[in-house]
Design a protein around this ligand. Structure first.
Ligand code: ADP
Ligand code: ADP
Length: 237
């Protein structure tokens, strides 16, 4: 469960990215956040795993405040949260397998992971994750040899290998063509259904949101202007 309690985020230049947000997202939901560019979608998503600090309020993950968490407690909460970006954020010159294994880093000592010493079980887990997004045959390719859609599926596999309970996807299909968009969204949806992973996806397009979401949250100027089931969402968002 993810809870926002009166969350406000003011950037250094005074821009309000989020303005007094209150939300509860339950385990297993597939939530799509919609809104025009600048509405606060990315600010909201980045606040959840504390990629940036909020200015006011509190965010709880499964009852624990990530806002107040420090050190090992913060790392433990973050381990449950997988992040997927528009720009894939893979290590380009590294292999697909190594990129997926980076999802295991939080489970081991720093020394082991710096040396790239992952136990056999981790490699099996990574391979299984790649298989689930249909890209196992690329496991020894360099990440930057893959197409955009393939790279995004690798980043989904990384979240799976991480054994994330929550996946946050920030405009995951913004740079992809329609066919690849469908593959990536289908993968996210299938994993949400099979594993019960709470999934929050930022999207530009309401049509795509309608197709995949169970719940749509509409943002405008840092405020929630719609929150409800897909059937009630209108085109004006
Ligand atoms: P969206 O993801 O919906 O396009 P953002 O969350 O990126 O919206 O932005 C919300 C608001 O915060 C916008 O007005 C944007 O210009 C502003 N903003 C985002 N990032 C920063 C930043 N680093 N510094 C200042 N303002 C920012
Ligand atoms: P997408 O629409 O998914 O980005 P592309 O049309 O870019 O797909 O890629 C189609 C095929 O070309 C893919 O199977 C991919 O493996 C291959 N490909 C794309 N970019 C590269 C690259 N830089 N190096 C090698 N193969 C590539």
């Amino acid at each position: 469960m993810i809870e926002f309690k009166n969350v406000t985020k003011v950037y250094q230049n005074g821009t309000k990215g989020l303005n007094d947000i209150n939300l509860t997202i339950h385990k297993g939901e597939f939530v799509v956040i919609v809104g025009l560019s600048g509405a606060g979608k990315s600010t909201l998503l980045r606040s959840i795993n504390r990629l940036h600090e909020i200015s006011d309020g509190e965010i709880l993950i499964n009852g624990k405040s990530i806002t107040a968490a420090k050190g090992s407690e913060l790392r433990r909460i973050r381990r449950d949260i997988g992040m997927i970006f528009q720009s894939f954020n893979l290590v380009k010159r590294s292999t697909v397998l190594k990129n997926v294994l980076s999802g295991r880093v939080g489970y081991h000592s720093t020394l082991r992971t710096v040396l790239g010493l992952f136990p056999k079980e981790d490699i099996q887990l990574a391979m299984k994750a790649l298989e689930r997004v249909n890209i196992l045959e690329k496991c020894y390719s360099r990440a930057d040899e893959l197409s955009g859609g393939q790279q995004q599926r690798v980043s989904i596999a990384r979240a799976l290998a991480q054994e994330a309970q929550i996946i946050l996807a920030d405009e995951p299909v913004a740079s992809l063509d329609p066919l690849t968009t469908k593959q990536v969204m289908d993968d996210l949806k299938r994993i949400n259904e099979e594993d019960g992973i709470t999934t929050i996806v930022n999207l530009h397009f309401i049509d795509l949101a309608r197709e995949y979401a169970t719940r749509i949250i509409g943002l405008r100027a840092g405020k929630v202007v719609f929150d409800g089931p897909v059937e009630e969402a209108t085109d004006e968002m």
